[in-house]
Design a protein around this ligand. Structure first.
Ligand SMILES: [Zn+2]
Length: 154
């Protein structure tokens, strides 16, 4: 789909593999995944000079609800992937992306520091919001908040 990201990586789902579920993106989702890879993931990879690992990419509606994704999750449209950058502490990885956006080197829709475990990155065809958030669990519910409580330079 792009130099460093294959369709398999962009639609990777641990859950789908474990439960042997069909998880193939449709044409529109494929286009969105390609756009996300070209416009966002490749520039981040180039800046960080390390591989980015997709822990959860495209999800069918069924898989999305099974893994507790939001009912209008951008994962179902191929507009979002959850990522880590092996060898780089998660907060440092998140802050590198944030700095690229601050320097106008990158446009994103949402970048979310999720549960301290991965960084959710999304991109849409127009009106991207350049929004940075933290997601935490409170009594089983996902709560989104401003990332101002995170340290800028870990
Ligand atoms: Zn996500």
């Amino acid at each position: 789909m792009s130099e460093h990201f294959s369709e398999e990586e962009l639609s990777h789902s641990e859950y789908a593999i474990r439960h042997d579920l069909w998880n193939k993106p449709d044409k529109e989702s494929l286009e969105n995944l390609e756009r996300l890879a070209e416009q966002v993931l490749e520039p981040i990879r180039k800046e960080i000079t390390r591989p980015i690992y997709i822990t959860s990419g495209y999800r069918t509606k069924e898989i999305n609800s099974s893994v507790g994704g939001s009912p209008n999750s951008q994962h179902m449209k191929g507009q979002a992937v959850d990522t880590v950058c092996p060898g780089v502490p998660l907060l440092q990885y998140y802050n590198r992306i944030k700095r690229m956006v601050a320097l106008n080197e990158l446009i994103v829709d949402q970048v979310i520091f999720e549960f301290g475990n991965w960084v959710h990155i999304s991109y849409i065809s127009s009106h991207n919001r350049n929004e940075f958030l933290i997601a935490t669990k409170r009594s089983g519910q996902t709560v989104y908040m401003s990332d101002s409580i995170l340290p800028e330079n870990p």
